[in-house]
Design a protein around this ligand. Structure first.
Ligand code: ADP
Ligand code: ASP
Ligand code: MG
Length: 456
């Protein structure tokens, strides 16, 4: 059994949806049963969130304009796909209208209360996948597939960390197996949504932006899939973001560890949590291009043979850097514990750390509650906080024993102000912090340094 996940661009129009169904048909023929996990049509999650923000400032008319934009985007696709089949077209439009009625109620609630909690935002932002998946499932049926549509919120049980919910494995594996395996055994192909789940009491949650990849991995692990396929809009994992570095090259094979580092440090092609469940069950993950399906893509697996010193460069933007400095740190013990207890209390994960005699520099992936955090930290140290910086990472191999890599990295970046350096903790990653506006330039220069053809 294979899990196939299609991202936003892959289901972004009637034509793309048609291609998705053809790819599913081809896979069923070649490799047997499949569970298909779908994202919202491209741009729809952003629209849903934008509408909520309008509702929050009581611009309900603008929020309703968003609702109409979403309705029309889906109606255009339905009209093209089900031309001449009024029954299906009307049924789908009625489903979409019902869903959008709920959305209007939610927007109105946000407007009246002047409050947009993470919980409300999850109920709102997760609606896009419910809309797109119904259309694709209906199209699959029209193309002769025994397709069933399952609501992921009834299967993917999560905790209540709204906006970034985590799966509750002990609650979700059994119902997922029961529901999905039964359908698969009956010869049906299961269509469901990425990104969304619900708490044990049935409140809607999301796994965080880009979380459909993670959903695919969760379903794949729950069902013991042979392979998890992430179908997207690029050929696979590349040596850099091809939007920033058009000459970036495809990496045909990547190790679980390399993929985790790259995803965590900004390679958006894969949600950073996707790899962890797959590693535990050693399920290979393949990244493939919906628009170029004959390309082999990237296979992510346990071990990979490669002689490349540097595999890829990535950047993670909109990061916050925190600098702490205090004479109390000198020769004392327990100081770091005190500081990290504060981050723990605010449930903030620390990414990079670098220390000197009396100072600590670190990065966090949030810009929320920074005033409160600063106030708490100020009880222990002088604090400086810089928002909107970027982490740039070079991922390669054997950094601890190779000489000259750091030299080449910093020579390549000689014109860029480096605000912090973190290396050595991982044998395959060297990361540093630059200003947000320098991130793309840093990635380009590093890529040119390590990937440009050697001069003859
Ligand atoms: P989807 O909607 O299919 O989930 P995403 O937009 O989330 O697609 O991810 C695909 C995008 O990831 C690509 O269009 C590309 O710009 C970006 N990306 C960033 N880093 C990389 C990388 N190293 N390799 C490939 N793509 C990358
Ligand atoms: N639609 C969601 C997002 O845009 C989830 C996803 O596509 O992975 O973040
Ligand atoms: Mg994505």
């Amino acid at each position: 059994m294979i899990v196939m996940k299609f991202g936003g661009t892959s289901v972004g129009s009637a034509e793309r949806m048609e291609e998705v169904v053809q790819l599913v048909l081809a896979t069923l023929e070649k490799s047997g049963p499949a569970v298909v996990v779908l994202s919202a049509m491209s741009g729809v999650t952003n629209l849903l969130i934008a509408g909520a923000e309008q509702a929050l400032v009581r611009k309900l008319d603008d929020a309703y304009t968003v609702v109409e934009a979403i309705r029309s985007k889906h109606a255009v696709a339905i009209d093209k796909l089900f031309d001449g089949d009024e029954g299906t077209s009307n049924a789908l439009k009625a489903d979409i209208d019902a869903q959008l009625e709920d959305l209007i109620v939610l927007y109105r609630g946000v407007g009246y209360l002047g409050e947009l909690s993470k919980r409300s935002l999850d109920a709102i932002s997760g609606m896009g996948e419910l809309l797109s998946s119904r259309i694709v499932a209906a199209l699959a049926r029209k193309r002769g597939l025994a397709a069933c549509w399952l609501d992921a919120r009834e299967l993917l049980v999560t905790d209540d960390n709204f906006g970034k919910a985590a799966p509750l494995w002990e609650k979700l594996v059994l119902p997922t197996r029961l529901q999905m395996n039964r359908r698969l055994q009956e010869g049906e192909c299961v269509f469901t949504q990425g990104f969304i789940g619900s708490t044990t009491s049935g409140i809607a949650t999301t796994l965080g932006r880009g979380g459909s990849d993670y959903s695919a991995a969760i379903f794949g692990v729950a069902l013991d899939a042979e392979e998890i396929q992430i179908w997207t809009d690029v050929d696979g994992m590349m040596s850099a973001d091809p939007r920033v570095v058009p000459e970036a090259k495809l990496l045909p094979e990547v190790s679980f560890q390399e993929a985790s580092e790259l995803a965590y440090f900004g390679a958006k092609v894969l949600h950073p949590m996707t790899i962890r469940p797959a590693v535990e069950k050693q399920i290979p993950v393949r990244i493939l291009n919906t628009m170029n399906p004959s390309c082999g893509g990237t296979l992510i697996k346990a071990e990979v043979q490669s002689d490349d010193l540097i595999r890829a460069v990535a950047a993670k933007k909109r990061i916050t850097a925190v600098y702490l400095s205090s004479a109390n740190m000198l020769m004392s013990h327990g100081y770091l514990a005190k500081v990290f207890e504060i981050f723990d209390r605010y449930k903030i994960a620390v990414d990079l750390i670098s220390t000197s005699e009396v100072s600590i520099a670190l990065t966090i992936d949030t810009d929320e509650r920074l005033d409160e955090l600063q106030e708490e930290l100020a009880k222990h140290a002088e604090v400086q906080i810089f928002k909107d910086v970027a982490i740039v990472s070079v991922v390669g191999r054997q950094f601890r024993v190779q000489s000259g890599i750091a030299g080449r990295v910093f020579r390549a970046l000689s014109e860029i102000n480096i605000m912090m350096i973190s290396g050595g903790a991982s044998d395959i990653n060297l990361s540093f912090v630059v200003g947000g506006t320098d991130a793309d330039k840093a990635v380009k220069q590093l890529h040119a340094e390590f990937f440009a053809a050697a001069p003859v």
